[in-house]
Ligand binder design. Structure first.
Ligand code: KIV
Length: 268
């Protein structure tokens, strides 16, 4: 998609009807947003994974709405053509409809066109109130990282028939409520396929197999811009941290041995 991507454009995508899959990636600042948009992705997500990959926390629970909004502004400064979605962090939509709308509005005022939040039926009031303020909502089901303590760790969800039924029911519920798409994270591929077949809005998978209407990954995982190992569902397409490390090591060497700055780097 080279034209400006909007919520209705995304909502209409269904691969089974002949659409191309949605490509979504996270970005958190001006340069990563420029790269993502130049590459032609459909959606940039300023995810609460900001907590792990940029701020160095060990889970996503520590990041606040004001921090996400700060990074949305930086991404927006890249003037992306793709759709800009902001994650609602933990506790920003759990304390009643008014607070949920107020927090969502901070992300929209920072430059996002839609928000994403985690959970199914239990988030009905938050989702309905945010939609009621004309703010489009992307759902997120399965291994939702903000529930890490309730799940007892980062565990694939939807393995038992009870969990399966709940995730499928929740997917229908979010679609009926008016969400424009749903991220499916860390669930068996066949469950993601069933959901994708049954609901009219697009599914965007991460660790949910190939049968979704799109895929999402974290920028730092895709580009290898980190030193830690990645989860099984990640594919890393370059070694940015290796390249950056070599560059900084070379810079250090040249300063120490007097090669840099050279005459061509100097004013006369
Ligand atoms: O915060 C995030 O990066 C996400 C995606 C990985 C779906 O929620």
């Amino acid at each position: 998609m080279s034209e400006r991507v909007t919520v209705p454009t995304i909502k209409s995508v269904k691969v089974k009807n002949g659409s191309k899959p949605i490509v979504m990636i996270t970005a958190y600042d001006f340069p990563t947003a420029q790269i993502a948009d130049k590459a032609g992705v459909d959606i940039i997500l300023v995810g609460d994974s900001l907590a792990n990959v940029v701020l160095g926390y060990d889970d996503t629970l520590k990041v606040k709405t004001s921090e996400i909004a700060y990074h949305v502004k930086a991404v927006k400064n890249a003037k992306p053509q793709c759709l800009l979605v902001a994650d609602m962090p933990w506790l920003s939509y759990h304390l009643g409809p008014n607070k949920s709308v107020k927090n969502a509005s901070k992300l929209i005022r920072a430059g996002a066109s839609a928000v994403k939040l985690e959970g199914g039926e239990e988030r009905t009031d938050a989702i309905a109130s945010i939609l009621g303020a004309e703010i489009p909502v992307m759902g997120h089901l399965g291994l939702t990282p903000q529930s890490v303590n309730a799940f007892g760790g980062f565990k694939v969800q939807g393995k038992s028939s009870q969990q399966r039924e709940k995730i499928l029911r929740d997917a229908h519920h979010l679609s009926d409520l008016g969400c424009f798409s749903i991220v499916l994270e860390g669930i068996p591929a066949d469950l993601a396929q069933t959901i994708t077949d049954e609901i009219p809005i697009p599914t965007i998978g991460i660790g949910a197999g190939k049968h979704c209407d799109g895929q999402v990954l974290v920028f730092h995982d895709v580009t290898g811009f980190k030193f830690s190992n990645s989860a099984k569902f990640v594919k890393t397409f370059s070694d940015l941290s290796g390249v950056a490390l070599e560059a900084v090591e070379q810079y250090k060497k040249e300063v120490v041995d007097g090669t840099f700055p050279s005459e061509s780097n100097s004013y006369h």
